[in-house]
Design a binder for this molecule. Structure first.
Ligand code: PLP
Length: 458
């Protein structure tokens, strides 16, 4: 019988995260004056211990024991050989996936929510604000805050708030408070509502609201938390790729291709960066972040300085962006509806170390269905984008008659996304496209900002 799972013992879990800032060159984030942001300028937004991680260039950073302890609720996560997907695709490729859907909220997101809650707690913070798209991040942070006795306030993109009511309930079960964004609670939200009372919301708008709510608390005991994009988030997620590497090594395998879906870039980065390190050191690997064709920051957005949020509260980040005002079509993969991309992931695309791919909504759902009917697990709509690329690579391996080893991150389960599957099964989903008009309009958002340099790390 073919082996299905490689499981590590708790003792075999990685004890350190991998920090890619030790190995690549980056443009600095810029403040409103166009000068690099200093750590103390971020102090009203994040606790200093996380800011230190954000700017650290130490290659390996120790995972605190208290974080390891919570990680052990679901980690190490299984590495699964998708034998039945291989059969369904009749491919000579060997396909492995890291199942990050086994965490309490059902995605990779608590890999960073837990350390973020921990560092806030240690710093003396009582309350964390954040935004959420599909609700995955809000539920992950609510879970993490409940583990460390912190309050959690979540601004949820309105369209998802309406499409996914159970995510809100999940946050409530863990003690988190969730409101639809744009809301009337912040100036950023009120400004958007004044222009468009029916705004479906976007991650960029929700980030503005959550940042405003944190910095306007005069008690000094509230901070903001971001579920993707930033360096420290990518850092925490590397526990996925480091575990996967150990698991593959146990069975004498090493990937030819590494794939992850990319919204802000964190589950992709967490899976891929430990392999990027090998590639920077000379190893041959294809590494693909996969984004939705309706929100194609990496494949269609230029590399620019842009804000991470809609209202322009965040520093200017060097990244591929569709413009901080861009509101993507309401595709069901809410976690992939972000106008920008992690600066680290953007930098690796610029350098040609990794190669971005885009897939459309229907091809993603089709792949999700193939997966569910072979491997059983129902993937999150975001995850189906990674699977769609895996299906393409497996078919190519068949055409070429090559025994490729493919690793991808199964970023989460879709058991709270069934309304979207319902629509797919009823033939009611479409393929929204990113138009040339949208592209031109979006570019106005960063037209007057400084331009980042094209740096070469190797
Ligand atoms: C949030 C989310 C994503 C996208 O976020 P990244 O930061 O790009 O990883 C992907 N998959 C799932 C299941 C998510 O919840």
């Amino acid at each position: 019988m073919a082996m299905r799972k490689v499981v590590l013992t708790e003792d075999e879990m990685p004890r350190q995260w991998y920090n890619i800032l030790a190995d690549i060159k980056m443009n600095p984030p810029l403040g409103p004056d166009g000068k690099p942001v200093s750590p103390d300028m971020l102090a009203p937004v994040f606790p200093m211990n996380l800011i230190e991680q954000e700017v650290s260039s130490e290659r390996w950073i120790t995972i605190p024991d208290a974080v390891m302890d919570v990680y052990r609720i679901w980690r190490p996560s299984p590495l699964v050989r998708a034998v039945d997907l291989e059969k369904a695709l009749d491919t000579p490729a060997r396909i492995y996936f890291k199942n990050e859907g086994v965490s309490p909220p059902g995605s990779h997101k608590p890999n960073t929510a837990v350390p973020q809650a921990y560092y806030n707690k240690v710093f003396g913070i009582k309350r964390i604000t954040t935004e959420t798209g599909a609700g995955q991040w809000g539920s992950a942070l609510s879970f993490a805050c409940s583990q460390f006795g912190l309050e959690c306030k979540v601004y949820m993109v309105k369209i998802s708030f309406e499409q996914k009511p159970y995510r809100k309930t999940m946050m409530g079960v863990w003690g988190g408070k969730c409101v639809p964004s744009p809301s009337n609670e912040t100036k950023a939200g009120r400004d958007v509502l004044a222009q468009n009372p029916d705004s479906p919301g976007s991650l960029g708008i929700a980030i503005s609201e959550a940042v405003e709510a944190a910095v306007s608390d005069t008690s000094g005991q509230t901070r903001y938390s971001l579920g993707s994009v930033l360096n420290h988030v990518m850092l925490h997620q590397t526990v996925i790729g480091l575990e996967a590497k150990n698991q593959l090594a146990k069975i004498g395998e090493y990937p030819d291709i590494v794939i992850g879906c990319a919204g802000g870039g964190s589950n992709f980065a967490g899976t891929a960066f430990p392999f990027v390190l090998d590639k920077l050191n000379g190893r041959q690997i294809e590494i693909y972040p996969v984004e939705p064709a309706a929100c194609p920051s990496l494949t269609q957005g230029p590399f620019v300085y842009d804000h991470g949020d809609n209202a322009g509260y965040t520093p200017l980040l060097p990244m591929h962006s569709l413009g901080h005002n861009f509101v993507p079509a309401p595709i069901h993969a809410g976690g992939l509806r972000y106008h920008g991309m992690a600066p680290t992931v953007s930098q690796l695309v610029n350098e040609g170390v990794i190669e971005a791919k885009a897939v459309n909504q229907l091809e993603a759902y089709e792949a999700g269905i193939i997966f569910a009917r072979s491997e059983g697990h129902i993937p999150a709509p975001e995850t189906t984008h990674a699977i769609a690329q895996v299906v393409k690579e497996a078919r190519r391996a068949k055409e070429e008659g090559k025994e490729k080893v493919i690793l991808f991150n199964w970023s989460g389960h879709g058991c709270l996304d069934l309304a979207a599957y319902e629509k797919y099964l009823a033939g009611e989903l479409s393929n929204p496209v990113f138009t040339a008009e949208e592209k031109a309009k979006a570019a106005e958002a960063f037209a007057n900002f400084p331009k980042p340099q094209l740096l070469k790390s190797r």
